[in-house]
Design a protein around this ligand. Structure first.
Ligand SMILES: Nc1ncnc2c1ncn2[C@@H]1O[C@H](COP(=O)(O)OP(=O)(O)OP(=O)(O)O)[C@@H](O)[C@H]1O
Ligand SMILES: [Mg+2]
Length: 287
């Protein structure tokens, strides 16, 4: 069963967002895969909330459902049951183009295998999300350079992925994830292909992004990495629970029950904000 270990609001780390609705809110989420006569319950009744500015690790063994969950959080896949609200939007109500727009605006992905385009330079890789959303080339160029510098890769703009170390490639991927200023960075085993020294550097980068207010969700099978997050939840057999690795004083609750079950007012506020952002985005793209 999913654990709920509610912690009084005053004991939670203060963040502006903790008074608003959760950035991510999942209720009774399920994902099943039919396999011949059997059904794999990849996700089995997930209740999970993430507030703006949190650094949450999801830790679990191979096959526990981590990537399935990440794909749903990242709007790459849809659940069979339950509800998922991202930035105040019930994603089940969105058309494909609206989902793509929300994904582009809200989520920055970081993968174990970097997923860079080998024929593009570091700068061109980082620019891609901006190009997709119609940012003017000069602005996209300047922004991408700024994010490459932010991840410590000034001077590497014209290198191809094959001319960079693994850690540097992952930094390019993180810059690419950040460049669109997404609400959430979603990282699935981001250090899985890196040596331990480089892994530490990449974790330090995530921690510094979190200190700047970035919401980060880290998915890993490695408890040592997970422990470095602000909050840790464990997934086993498609079910989430609070982990014993949570830091003292940090809330372990999977969902904020104190936030109220009636998320409608906050949802309306978030939707209005998203609409304003959408209008501003359209103005930028057209102007
Ligand atoms: N497309 C699919 N078809 C059938 N079963 C699937 C599919 N994708 C995942 N599964 C099953 O769902 C369960 C969860 O898989 P998932 O990939 O989410 O695990 P994971 O925690 O990411 O594992 P790993 O640490 O090995 O990446 C597994 O039992 C897996 O076999
Ligand atoms: Mg996986």
């Amino acid at each position: 069963m999913t654990e709920r270990t509610g912690t009084p609001a005053k004991e939670r780390p203060s963040s502006a967002a903790s008074v608003a609705s959760s950035t991510i809110r999942m209720e009774r989420l399920a994902k099943r895969y039919p396999m011949g006569d059997e059904v794999v319950h990849a996700l089995d009744g997930i209740d999970f909330c993430v507030d703006e500015g949190e650094f949450v690790a999801i830790v679990g063994l191979s096959g526990s459902g981590k990537t399935t969950l990440m794909n749903i959080i990242g709007l790459l896949d849809v659940p069979d049951d339950g509800t998922y609200t991202l930035d105040g939007q019930d994603v089940a109500l969105l058309a494909d183009n609206e989902l793509a727009d929300l994904r582009n605006r809200s989520i920055g992905f970081v993968f174990q295998s970097f997923n860079l385009l080998g024929s593009l330079t570091a700068l061109e890789n980082v620019k891609l999300p901006l190009t997709y959303r119609g940012t003017r080339p000069r602005e996209a160029d300047a922004t991408a350079r700024r994010y490459l510098a932010k991840v410590g890769l000034e001077g590497r703009e014209r290198h191809l992925p094959s001319q960079l170390s693994g850690g540097q490639q992952q930094r390019v991927a993180i810059a690419r994830a950040l460049v669109g200023e997404p609400r959430i960075i979603l990282a699935d085993e981001p250090t899985g292909a890196l040596d331990s020294h480089t892994s530490v550097e990449i974790m330090e980068l995530f921690k510094s992004l979190h200190r700047e207010g970035q919401t980060v969700i880290l998915i890993t099978h490695n408890p040592d990495l997970a422990e470095q997050a602000e909050r840790v939840v464990r997934i086993a057999d498609g079910r989430l629970g609070a982990s014993e690795h949570g830091h003292e004083g940090v809330r372990l609750a999977v969902c904020d029950t104190a936030g109220g079950n009636d998320a409608a007012p906050a949802t309306a506020v978030a939707r209005a904000a998203a609409e304003r952002e959408g209008e501003a985005h359209a103005t930028r793209a057209n102007g």
